[in-house]
Design a protein around this ligand. Sequence first.
Ligand code: NI
Ligand code: MN
Length: 227
Amino acid sequence: MSFTFTWYGHATLGLETGGQHILVDPFFTGNPAASTTHDKVPADFILVSHGHGDHVGDAVEIAKRTGALVISNAEIAGWMSAKGVKAHGQHIGGGHQHPFGYLKLTFALHGSALPDGSNGGNPAGFLITLPSGEKIYMAQDTGLFGDMKLIGDEGIHLAVLPIGDNYTMGPDDALRAVELLRPKHVIPIHYNTFGLIAQDPQAWAARVRAQTSAVVHVMKPGESLAF
Ligand code: NI
Ligand code: MN
């Protein structure tokens, strides 16, 4: 089975597979890089990696409009449930078979306080195994960690990695992440949303091409790629 990947800008991602729409970290309102608005995006499932405002974003509004199931760590899932949204809680290392594939929450080296100061549990990344067996790793906000090698050992088709620096991995560590993960394809995210995370993605892509065998796709917000 194939899938389509959309970058909406910042760390906001869309996956379409088997007729299901999976929306990741849906930050549209207040996102200077957003390619569209929260009232226009399709969603059957919404994945929230951690509690920060640029990741929780418009998740509640979109879930209420679409009836999508929000999937996150148990603390954020509980916070979503209290707002009247359908939610499913998991924790790092735990996987669950959802209609779109098997989703495992992975370690992330970051913070996770929710916008209202509530405890957002631990931040996570996402590893999805599609019914075809293809694996997609979306690191979301994280610093570099050595266990990316273990994630890479699973055989990654597509890795989505932050390169913005300051809050997450910068270009140097993201390059080391590609070396550990050994994905077939890699897409950089979480850069150029605002000045503090300004980066040159083409310069990073050139380094990845020179030093690894990964195929790099530098996307524009709103662009989709079919895999
Ligand atoms: Ni964050
Ligand atoms: Mn972020």
